[in-house]
Design a protein. Structure first.
Length: 361
């Protein structure tokens, strides 16, 4: 088939990351970009290099949605703009890849889910951590049943602070949904995939203790959390735990994941190239290769995960297959973060039914 022509809405840091991945993906090309900020459009042109003159540029996302030559659209605008862009995009005939989080609030996610009901083109949430090399192998191993009945999932992310973005919009909970939505929806999504069930209860502790304390924008101090501990209970009895610290650049690994079941334990790190399997009552551990694909077209920010995700997205378009990361997964990952923030704010466990969601095993 001819190359799938993409439009990219929002060309800040992640929008340009998607541009680089699309351009590195065989059978795909960027045909149009939009952003209301001229500087962001300049960044897009720089990333496109020699192809920059062949691409349409605009300030209004609707120019892309109304272009009959565009097949697929990536929505990478700031989190709080997703709902308005999606109200337009979901009425179009374009395949959609929506940068995480789906939206900043559960009600907005529920609206998107309703608007997308019965839609034929792909509607895909970009939770690309599923496609990181070590995490993908860990998920495959869990799916093989090697751990027996999964009982516990633990994820630690010790990393650097939030990056600078246009106007530093990401310093405010009102713009991002909060750290545990903006950043941690990835990890809550992974917990759901590993647990094989939806969450029932979340309880959390967290705060803003080190980062961005002196930053003030238009008279508003930054209010984004920089550390938290979150415990999640799932409908099938699995328990999950997240340990987040965003002033921990000195760590050996940015992320560490462990899955413990009735017969074995799996461990993985990011960065890394190995998943470790330890069986109960047996000495030692088995090293499972999780090296990146040598044919990886672009590594980018996420160890090649976005490139792999775009390859999967394109394959689903070509084969008329359903989205591998559907809206429901994006909704639940946001709901878990929102429940964690409510738990911190109110000092109590929070059930997912408070958000109008019915957990299932």
């Amino acid at each position: 088939m001819d190359a799938v022509r993409y439009g990219v809405i929002g060309t800040g840091m992640m929008g340009c990351e998607h541009i680089a991945n699309i351009e590195a993906t065989r059978g795909a090309e960027v045909a149009a970009v939009s952003d209301p900020t001229p500087k962001s459009l300049e960044w897009a042109r720089e990333w496109l290099g020699e192809r920059g003159d062949d691409v349409a540029y605009g300030a209004d996302h609707r120019s892309i949605l109304e272009d009959p030559t565009i097949d697929a659209v990536v929505i990478a605008s700031p989190n709080h703009t997703h709902i308005d862009v999606l109200r337009d995009a979901l009425r179009s005939d374009k395949h959609l890849l929506i940068e995480k989080p789906l939206c900043t609030t559960v009600p907005d996610c529920l609206e998107v889910q309703e608007l997308a009901e019965g839609r034929e083109p792909l509607t895909w949430v970009a939770l690309e951590y599923r496609f990181m090399p070590t995490i993908a192998v860990l998920l495959d191993q869990v799916g093989s049943g090697v751990c027996g009945d999964v009982r516990m999932v633990s994820i630690r992310e010790h990393r650097f602070p939030f990056l600078d973005k246009v106007g530093n919009w990401n310093r405010f909970t009102s713009n991002t949904g909060g750290t545990l939505v903006e950043k941690c929806c990835h990890f809550f999504d992974l917990m759901c995939q590993i647990a094989g069930a939806r969450p029932t209860l979340v309880y959390a502790s967290g705060g803003q203790d080190v980062n961005h304390l002196d930053e003030v924008y238009d008279g508003r101090p930054a209010d984004i959390l920089d550390n938290a501990l979150v415990t999640v209970e799932f409908a099938n009895g699995v328990r999950g735990h997240l340990d987040l610290c965003m002033f921990a650049e000195g760590g050996r690994f940015e992320q560490e994941l462990s899955v413990v079941g009735s017969t074995a334990k799996l461990e993985a790190t990011v960065p890394g190239d190995t998943v470790w399997l330890g069986r109960r009552h047996e000495p030692g551990q088995e090293a499972i290769d999780a090296a990146p694909d040598p044919a990886l077209g672009y590594e980018g920010f996420h160890h090649g995960a976005s490139f792999v995700e775009h390859r999967h997205f394109l394959r689903c378009i070509e084969q008329s297959a359903p989205a591998e990361v559907p809206i429901a997964d994006g909704l639940w990952s946001v709901a878990m973060g929102a429940a964690a923030h409510r738990s911190i704010d109110e000092g109590r466990p929070v059930g997912l039914r408070e958000f109008g969601l019915e957990p299932t095993s």
